[in-house]
Design a protein around this ligand. Structure first.
Ligand code: HEC
Ligand code: HEC
Length: 147
C-alpha cells in the first residue's frame, strides 16, 4: 500500500512537472538566448507535396509559392540555405530562379548590395506546399491580368 501511494504521488508530481501536451520537442532559443515557446518540429498532420515545376501565380505581385520541399533548409544569423541556390551568384549553377530585384531594397527604397534584412526570412512570404485543405471555403479567382 505504501509503495502504491508513493508511486501515485510520484506519478502526480511528474505530471504536474511537465505540463501537457507532452510532445518531444527541441527547445528553441532566440538569438539573445531567451527561450521561445515553440516547436521546431514540423506538423506531422500534413504531407509535404512533391517537388514540381513553378506554380502559376494568381496575381502579379504575389510572392511565388515554393514548389519544392524545404525540409532541413535552415536560416540562421550567418547562413541562409535558400540563398545557397536562389542568390544572383548561385542561380545559374543551381537552376533556381534568382531572387527578385525588389529584395535588395530597404523599406525606404534605398538599394542595397545584398539581400535586404526585411527579405531575409523567405518563408514569411514564400509558402511551401502541403496537402492541407483550405480552412475556409473561398471563391478567389485569378487576377484579370493573369487569366
Ligand atoms: C538546392 C537548391 C535550392 C534551395 C536550397 C532552395 N531552392 Fe527554391 N528553387 C530551386 C529550384 C531549382 C527551383 C525551380 C526553378 C524552376 O524550375 O524554374 C526553385 C523554385 C523556387 C520558387 C518558385 C519561383 C517561381 O518563380 O515560381 C520559390 C518561391 C522558391 N524556390 C523558394 C525557396 C525558398 C523559400 C527556399 C529556402 C527555404 C528555397 N527555395 C531553397 C532550388 C532551390
Ligand atoms: C516580405 C515578403 C518576402 C520575403 C521575406 C521574401 N520574398 Fe521573395 N518575393 C516576394 C514577392 C512579393 C515577390 C514577387 C514580386 C517581386 O518580384 O518582388 C517575390 C519574388 C521572389 C522570386 C521570384 C523572382 C522572379 O524573378 O520571378 C524569388 C525566386 C524569391 N522571391 C525568392 C526569395 C527568397 C530566396 C527569399 C529569402 C532570402 C525571399 N524571396 C524573401 C516577397 C518576399
Amino acid at each position: 500500500m505504501k509503495t502504491r501511494l508513493f508511486a501515485l504521488a510520484l506519478a502526480a508530481s511528474l505530471i504536474s512537472a511537465c505540463p501537457l501536451p507532452v510532445v518531444a520537442t527541441e527547445q528553441i532559443h532566440s538569438l539573445r538566448g531567451a527561450d521561445i515557446n515553440a516547436s521546431e518540429a514540423e506538423s506531422e498532420a500534413f504531407r509535404r507535396e512533391k517537388d514540381r515545376a513553378p506554380i502559376p501565380r494568381d496575381f502579379v505581385q504575389q510572392p511565388p509559392l515554393v514548389p519544392h520541399t524545404v525540409q532541413g533548409y535552415s536560416i540562421t544569423l550567418n547562413f541562409n540555405k535558400c540563398m545557397d541556390c536562389h542568390s544572383w551568384t548561385r542561380y545559374k549553377e543551381t537552376g533556381a530562379t534568382k531572387v527578385s530585384l525588389t529584395h535588395f531594397k530597404t523599406r525606404e527604397g534605398q538599394e542595397l548590395s545584398n539581400i535586404s534584412p526585411r527579405r531575409y526570412f523567405c518563408m514569411q512570404c514564400h509558402i511551401p506546399q502541403t496537402d492541407a485543405k483550405p480552412l475556409v471555403a473561398n471563391n478567389f479567382k485569378r487576377a484579370d491580368g493573369l487569366k
